[in-house]
Write a protein that binds this ligand. Sequence first.
Ligand code: PRP
Length: 212
Amino acid sequence: MKSANLVIALTKGRILEETLPLFAAADIVPIEDITQSRKLLFDTNVETVKLMVIRGSDVPTYVEFGSADMGVAGKDLILEHGGDGFYEPLDLQIAKCRLMTAGPVTDQSDSDVLKVATKFTNIAKRYYAEQGRQVELIKLNGALELAPSLGLADAIVDIVDTGKTLKANGLEPKHLISYISSRVIVNKASMKIKNVIIRDTLSKLSTAVKAN
Ligand code: PRP
């Protein structure tokens, strides 16, 4: 009997460049150059393993609903997606950064309700609720760092790597919400049905991470 296919959803962009060498070390290599193609689904050297390349924010959704058996996504997008629709068995320890609150260096906000601009509205909602802070959330998809200087928000919740983007826009990091890195997530039903190939893949990836 032919083995069932294992579909793995990878996050496109910068994370992909760090992900592919780990998969190569785990003996999974796409048979064409993923980074140069407009295709979304790729065959690999392993006949039963296929790679999808999609937006990171869609990886948890594809894995939760089982269209992909496994996925690689940033912890920020996993936290934002929320829920318990998949397992998160492995930290790939790539694309490391921090999810933080940030605001103007000279913070002048003294209103009861803090206006916060972010694309991570679910994370921000949970974080400020835990702090007992009343907030008005403003959803933006990019260029968050402009929001405070233009009066749209008092603070932002965003990814901080070097901190250069904040500094260049007169902002500074304030509070750490979570350390971020890319994680492997696995559909719960796939973990049972395709246990052998998934365990084998996780084990090889884990070895590759340790060697990285
Ligand atoms: C992220 C984040 C910041 C920047 C932080 O954006 O939203 O803008 O990186 O990096 P730094 O601390 O090194 O300056 P990214 O470039 O990933 O693009 P995005 O806005 O599409 O998320």
